[in-house]
Design a protein around this ligand. Sequence first.
Ligand code: DX5
Ligand code: ZN
Length: 224
Amino acid sequence: MPRAAQISPSILSADFARLGEEIALVSDTADWVHVDVMDAHFVPNLTLGLPVVEAIQRVSPVPLDCHLMIENPERWAPGYAEIGSRNVTVHAEACTDPRAVARDIRAAGALAGLAIKPGTPLEQYLDVLPDFDTLLVMSVEPGFGGQSFIADVLAKVRTARTLVDTGHLSLLVEIDGGINADTIEQAAEAGVDVFVAGSAVYGADDPAKAIAALRRQAASAMEG
Ligand code: DX5
Ligand code: ZN
C-alpha cells in the first residue's frame, strides 16, 4: 500500500497567547497537531504541561500528537492519553521500562510513540518497538524549534522503513526537527510517514498553504 504523507505542525513555533486561533488556521490541512511538552530537566527548555494541553484538546478539531520531552514519562504520559490525545510519544532515553509506558498509554486510549534523540541508536530499542505505534526520529537535539536538520539520522529512518515494509514492525515513522521545503524530500525518500514542522509552518505567511506545499513535496518524493 502506498504511504500517505502526513503533516503534524508544531505549535512550539505558534503564538502561545493565541493557541486556539493558531490551531484553527491549520485545521483543514494538518493531519495532527504536534505539542512539545518540555520540563526543563530532560531538555533545557520549559513549555507547557497537562492543564494547557487539556485546554488545547478541548478546542482542537485536529488530533493531538504529544511529544513529551520530560523525565519520568511513566508518571505523566498516561494523563496525556486520558485527555484524548491521538498519539503520546515518550523519549526512550527517559524511560526505565519503555514497554510498560507503551502499555499504559495504549490502555488510556492513545497511540504510543517512542522518540529517539539524534545520537541514540535505533538498534538498542528494536526489541521494544513492537509495542509502539509510532517511532519519532529526532532530526535535531530536542529542546528548541528552528534548528538545522541533521541528515545523518535518515539512516535510522531507512532501517525502520525496511522493518515496516518487510512486516517485522507495524508503526508510523515520524521525523521531528528542521523539516522544511529544503529537507522534506530527503526525509520522504528515506521512508518517513509523519512530518513534524514548526518554524516551516508557523513562520510562513500562510501556515495552511505551507502545510499543503510540504505535503505535495513529500508525496511526490515518496512516489520517487
Ligand atoms: C524540538 C521539538 C520540535 C520543534 C520542531 O525539540 O521537538 O517539535 O517544534 O521545530 P522546527 O520544525 O522549527 O525544527
Ligand atoms: Zn517535537
